[in-house]
Ligand binder design. Structure first.
Ligand code: DQA
Length: 149
């Protein structure tokens, strides 16, 4: 059974009431439930962490190197745009890594156009709101199982 680790960065705890034009009305619990349902439908298990603290996210990524995590799905929020610490931690992980953003970051303010994480992930899913999470689960499992799409 594949173990999927879903990671969320700052302010994503506020989903549901945070800028619904960009992020929709789903809460973080809804997002995690959608990802977990997709994982469980494929016989996989999903663990989740959301944190407002960058070091906690870095440490959790380090732990994923040895705790049996098979796939990481990460929406690091604003850290995506400038955290070389999270980038370097992800780079150390040799398992499939899928980046997700609820909004299409390339169509927003210029500071959001670049994610420093994308280059150390296998790919990124942008702009599909909550629907991006089941897609990310699918993409991560296909990479894990060596299925080409
Ligand atoms: C986000 C996009 C980021 O620019 C923003 O800071 C977030 C959410 C997204 O999911 O669209 O917190 O990662």
């Amino acid at each position: 059974m594949a173990n999927i680790l879903l990671l969320h960065g700052p302010n994503l705890s506020q989903l549901g009431s945070r800028d619904p034009e960009q992020y929709g009305t789903a809460t973080l619990d809804d997002v995690v439930a959608a990802a977990r349902a997709a994982a469980e439908a494929e016989g996989a298990e999903l663990t989740h962490l959301q944190t407002e603290h960058e070091g906690e996210l870095v440490s959790r990524i380090h732990d994923a190197r040895t705790d049996g995590t098979d796939i990481v799905i990460v929406n690091a929020g604003a850290w995506s745009h400038y955290s070389y610490a999270i980038r370097d931690a992800l780079e150390l992980l040799t398992i499939p890594k899928v980046e997700v953003h609820l909004s299409n970051i390339t169509a927003r303010e210029p500071f959001r156009h670049t994610s420093v994480l994308t280059a150390v992930c296998d790919g990124a899913i942008l702009g599909f709101g909550i629907d991006g999470y089941p897609l990310a689960v699918r993409a991560g499992l296909n990479l894990h199982d060596g299925v080409s799409t």
